[in-house]
Design a protein around this ligand. Structure first.
Ligand code: MN
Length: 228
């Protein structure tokens, strides 16, 4: 007999390239405005102001290859991002030691109900209804550090129906992966299973049902996500 009064909710588990095992997810942190050109397009100063983060829920991550158009919006935007998966954590992690905690990297999307996010921003309210909705973070299989190292440069590109909409390079991140981990660990206790979405380059824009998004981060390959 289980000691729980309900069934234990399923663990969100991501696949790993070259392994039969999976990566269980604990938390999902997302950094905002981490590429200067995207900060500018969203109406902000690209200066190196301190980073800021919001969270999605572990079960917002979705490995199906399909993105169901969500309710209560008429303006869902794509944001291509590199996801960073942690194998360990702690508090007050130094920049120099931060990469020791990384298990691997994956392609991901921070899908955003931009109209709802915009209303929340105007009212100074939290972003969850714009950001943390069902299946709002399509994610590809994880590339282990032992296979790809720690990618810090390489083309980042998102196409919609074959047309390039977002392009940039991992080397344009304002806050680099070790800095993000270190900064987060001053505010939160990081742990194995945590995932960090590292921000998006310029060119965010809407998708509609029937669109096909081709997501490429050069060191991590490509994936295609259908909007259904
Ligand atoms: Mn984002």
């Amino acid at each position: 007999m289980s000691k729980h009064v309900i069934e234990v909710p399923p663990t969100v588990a991501l696949s790993i390239i070259g392994s039969d095992k999976t990566f269980p997810v604990r938390r999902v942190y997302c950094i905002g405005r981490n590429y200067a050109a995207h900060a500018i397009e969203m109406g902000h100063d690209p200066d190196r102001e301190p980073p800021f983060f919001f969270q999605k829920n572990p079960n917002n991550l979705d490995i199906s290859g399909e993105f169901p158009y969500p309710p209560k919006t008429a303006d869902v935007h794509h944001e291509i991002e590199m996801a960073v998966m942690l194998k360990s954590g702690g508090i007050n992690i130094s920049v120099d030691n931060a990469l020791d905690h990384v298990f691997g990297y994956a392609l991901s999307l921070d899908m955003t109900r931009r109209d709802l996010q915009g209303e929340q921003k105007k009212m100074g309210r939290p972003w969850e209804i714009g950001k943390a909705f069902e299946r709002s973070a399509p994610v590809g299989p994880i590339h282990r550090v032992s296979d790809v190292g720690h990618p810090d440069q390489g083309r980042v590109e998102l196409k919609v129906n074959g047309d390039v909409r977002q392009e940039g390079d991992l080397n344009q991140m304002i806050w680099k992966v070790p800095e993000m981990i270190s900064y987060l660990s001053d505010y939160f206790e990081l742990a194995a299973g945590d995932v960090i979405l590292s921000g998006t380059p310029a060119g965010v824009g809407p998708v509609v049902r029937g669109d096909s998004m081709d997501v490429t981060i050069e060191p991590l390959g490509s994936m295609t996500i259908s909007v259904v």
